[in-house]
Design a protein around this ligand. Structure first.
Ligand code: 26Q
Length: 852
């Protein structure tokens, strides 16, 4: 962009900012505080996005395109301000505006809360997919819940996780639009009355139901474009918290104020647990709220355009993000048979044609199931529909496998008074996908083996990705420039072209430049830690500054939710081994290492909290130790979220992806760090395997540990004994013993906690075999591989060569690639770029309005 042009654009933006400050905020540019200025700037920027938003919707309507509706209980969009100006390619203009108006970018950016509307990988994946859908002009809309309180804010008080509420909506949010006209009502409980539709199918009407209003708030998800033809996808979030209108509803609930109160607080909080089924009543109500409100909206929208449902199965696709919205199956059948008088068989066929289900988990304790009595109480009509779907399904199994009652029991949606949501989702939808090759294979051959046998064509793999726009272009501008200077900027929307970077891997100049960029990012991270990551005592009082970090040390990073299967405890045991080696061997050859560990533990997950506590206590001792301190620093990155990820990922040298093989469905942090030039130390799990394939084993040197097959074998033959390893490997024994010899415990409480961890590793794990996640099995291999890491890190240019090859191998791991696969293999949709004439028309109306 020419300087004249950019200057003109900046002047125009300044004019709009000033005008908003005066007309909607009531301040002059000089008076406005940072938040007021931030909001005015957002209002000014969003003017352009509003035009394209409307043009996008009209284009889809005009073309009568088939549309994908993505349903998810979670989203983690991250802050939107910088993301939006990045995707609009107006970062330089905005920077100039700030400079001219004497404002500081960081203080403006920090006005925005990071919407924590999800737990981790699943929510962030949903947001990356939306960025890709918008950028590639797919006809899409997303639905979720507008939690008043997102995932809790994590604080560590002397190492203990404290959960503080996340009040992200205290200030007005300039990126959301309340849509009063789109409010719908959702019914719970009540007495079902049987009647029949015109085809003689049983339908149920409800008397004495509870009813709650769901009010949508829309957030525009802006696609990337260098031109002004960008598309905008709507993220529609439902809230039950609003307004006198909801209280009006209480007249139906006279005398039942408790129920009315419960129903208006349904969207108050996100359940903060991942990979674990908690089976709480309010959670089921939340899930149905999302499903019912969204389906009403989808059907209304369809009818407004087509007047009837004859083309519904052709025009609508609904993706169910994990089982959480799988009630779609029952509710859509209900709407079609009851409200639109379709025959049962047709309704079931339409539902199946429209829906797809993505599974994100392997752990059996995470498979959602609901108590049937509770289910029937809250959702009697949907329960009856599921019973009927199940009856038809069980009959179908019986006719294919006569006399195999055991098989029917395994496949049945309802069993032992439980409603199994994965079974419902598989039976009811036309495609089921896993999120990495290995994961999909495990679904087919183990978790859902019987289903795969019954419906072999339903199962497909769609490997996860991340958006390179947020996770490279936006968060690592220097590396982005480095890439663009070498291969041009097409990688921004066509990430497969990133492979062209490989030819620069052996170029010494590129290596040095890469290392310099990494160093700058590490400086920025250190600066951030020094400013924000203060240590607190047992009462939450800030006590000491963080440890002094060395920019020349290797930055070794493990950031993700805390979970036993992700093996942060194995990482901790390795840190203990390092500590012991450095203190006890004066001739050790270790290099300087900064270990960053971050992640939240589910509030009720004690073991996960204990692991955080252990890491904190190891850090406390190591960081202050005069002998070890210079070699090893450990930082617990508090309250890990999207914003923190954007700071730490560009600074990472070594990416820890060390889950027990066969447990991590995919992982996406692995992709983000590799894209930012970190090397992966990882097991052959989830997407790591495909990353190695793409990077090629030659440039993927730190793979370690048992394969999924070996782990399965150990489990099957019951032949693993952690005690045996402990007894026979002195270095491992010494590290594990440190858990109970008070090496790191200062208090009785700490001692008790670490002894419990010892117990779970060596004696018994919740009544089962110890060391359920094979940490001691892989620990030696992990340790040896960490030595190889250090050998390579001693040769910086060689390291850089590896890192550049890793970046170049990430093409497949863009969500752009994932959405193309979803579009082709599951949804059957095509891009629908904005119609220029419609865009011009909206622009014209806008300008005409502006004049009056
Ligand atoms: C279930 C029932 C009740 C309450 C909560 C839940 C619940 C909530 C969140 C269950 C699971 C989740 C989240 C799961 C998740 O994030 N899985 C991760 O998904 C990523 C994207 O596909 C993968 O990369 C990770 O491997 C997977 O762990």
């Amino acid at each position: 962009m020419s300087t004249v042009n950019i200057d003109l654009l900046a002047e125009e933006l300044i004019r709009r900012v000033k005008s908003y400050l005066i007309s909607t905020i009531g301040r002059t540019a000089e008076e406005a505080d940072a938040n007021e200025f931030y909001r005015a700037l957002c209002y000014a920027i969003r003017e352009e996005t509003m035009i394209n938003w409307q043009a996008t919707a009209r284009t889809i309507a005009k073309n009568q395109s088939r549309q994908i509706y993505y349903l998810s209980m979670e989203y983690l969009p991250g802050r939107l301000f910088v993301n939006n100006i990045t995707n609009l390619c107006s970062k330089d203009v905005v920077k100039l505006v700030l400079q001219k108006m004497n404002r500081n970018l960081r203080s403006i950016v920090e006005q925005e809360e990071d919407p924590g509307l999800g737990n981790g990988g699943l929510g962030r994946l949903a947001s990356c997919l939306l960025d890709s859908l918008a950028t590639h002009h797919y006809p899409a809309q997303a639905y979720g819940l507008r939690y008043q309180y997102g995932i809790f804010e994590q604080q560590l008080w002397n190492g203990a996780q404290i959960e503080a509420p996340d009040c992200w909506l205290l200030n007005e949010n300039p990126w959301e639009f309340r849509r009063d006209l789109r409010r719908v009502h959702v019914k719970f409980c009540g007495k079902p009355q049987t009647t029949y539709n015109i085809h003689g199918d049983e339908i149920l009407s409800l008397t004495e139901a509870e009813e709650v209003g769901a009010l949508p708030y829309d957030i525009p998800i802006v696609g990337y474009s260098k031109n002004s033809n960008f598309s905008v996808v709507t993220l529609r979030l439902w809230s039950t918290k609003d307004s006198p209108r909801n209280f009006l509803l209480q007249k139906y609930n006279a005398g039942r104020l408790d129920q009315a109160a419960e129903n208006t607080t349904l969207t108050d909080v996100l359940y903060p647990s991942d990979n674990n089924d908690i089976g709480k009543r309010i959670r089921l109500k939340q899930e149905f709220l999302l499903v019912s409100a969204s389906l009403q909206d989808i059907v209304r929208h369809h009818l407004a355009q087509y007047n009837n449902l004859r083309q519904f199965a052709d025009k609508v696709r609904i993706q169910i993000n994990d089982t959480h919205p799988s009630l779609v199956i029952a509710e859509l059948v209900r709407i079609l048979t009851k409200d639109h008088d379709l025959p049962w068989k047709t309704a079931v066929e339409i539902t199946e044609a429209c829906t797809g289900y993505t599974n994100h988990t392997i752990l059996s304790e995470a498979l959602e199931q609901w108590d049937k009595a509770l289910f029937y109480y809250l959702l009697p009509r949907q329960c009856r529909i599921i019973e009927r779907i199940n009856l038809d399904f069980c009959n179908a199994i019986r006719s294919r496998y006569p006399q195999d009652e055991e098989r029917i029991r395994r496949l049945s949606i309802i069993e032992n008074d439980k409603v199994r949501m994965a079974n419902l989702a598989i039976v009811g939808s036309h495609k089921v996908n896993g999120v990495a090759k290995l994961h999909t294979e495990i679904l087919k051959n183990s978790v859902f083996k019987d289903f795969y046998e019954f419906f072999p064509d339903k199962f497909v793999n769609i490997t996860n990705g991340v958006t390179q726009r947020r996770w490279l272009l936006e968060c690592n501008p220097e590396l982005a420039r480095f890439i663009t200077q070498r291969i041009g900027d097409k990688w921004i929307t066509d990430f497969l072209t990133i492979k062209e970077l490989a030819k620069f891997a052996s170029d010494p100049e590129s290596q040095l430049e890469f290392l310099a960029i990494k160093k700058k990012n590490k400086f920025k991270f250190i600066e951030y830690i020094n400013r924000e990551n203060r240590l607190r005592d047992a009462n939450g009082i800030i006590i000491s500054p963080p440890p002094l970090l060395d920019v020349d040390s290797i930055f070794d990073v493990q950031i993700k939710r805390i979970h036993e299967y992700k093996r942060q405890l194995m990482n901790a045991l390795h840190l203990i081994m390092l500590y012991q080696e450095i203190t006890q061997n004066p001739n050790h050859q270790r290099i300087k290492r900064t270990v960053v560990i971050g992640g939240k533990a589910a509030a009720g997950y004690e073991t996960a909290k204990d692991i955080i506590r252990l890491i904190y206590c190891i850090a406390r001792k190591v960081n202050q130790d005069p002998i070890v301190g210079p070699f090893l620093k450990i930082v617990y990155l508090e309250n890990y979220n999207v914003t923190k990820a954007e700071i730490v990922i560009p600074a990472s040298d070594l990416s820890e992806q060390i889950s027990t093989a066969g447990t991590e469905a995919s992982g996406t942090g692995n992709m983000k760090m590799a894209m930012n030039g970190a090397l992966t130390i990882g097991t052959q799990d989830g997407a790591n395997i495909e990353m190695e394939e793409e990077v090629t084993p030659e440039w993927w040197p730190f793979s370690f540990g048992c394969t999924a097959e070996q782990i399965a074998q150990l489990k099957m033959t019951n032949s693993y004994s952690s005690k045996e390893i402990y007894d026979n490997n002195p270095a491992i024994k010494k590290a594990v013993d440190a858990l109970r010899d008070r090496s790191f415990a200062q208090t009785e409480e700490e001692h008790q906690i670490f002894s419990d961890l010892y117990h779970k590793l060596i004696e018994m794990h919740y009544g089962g075999a110890p060391d359920r996640y094979f940490m001691l099995k892989d620990l030696q291999s992990f340790y040896d591989t960490q030595l190889k890491v250090e050998e390579l890190y001693k040769k910086p240019k060689k390291w850089a060569e590896y890192a550049i090859h890793n970046i170049a191998g990430m093409g497949k791991f863009s969500t752009d690639f994932s959405v193309h696969n979803y579009a082709a293999l599951i949804w059957g949709i095509e891009p629908c770029p904005i119609d220029q004439e419609l865009l011009d028309r909206v622009r014209y109306d806008y300008a005409a309005h502006n004049r009056c």
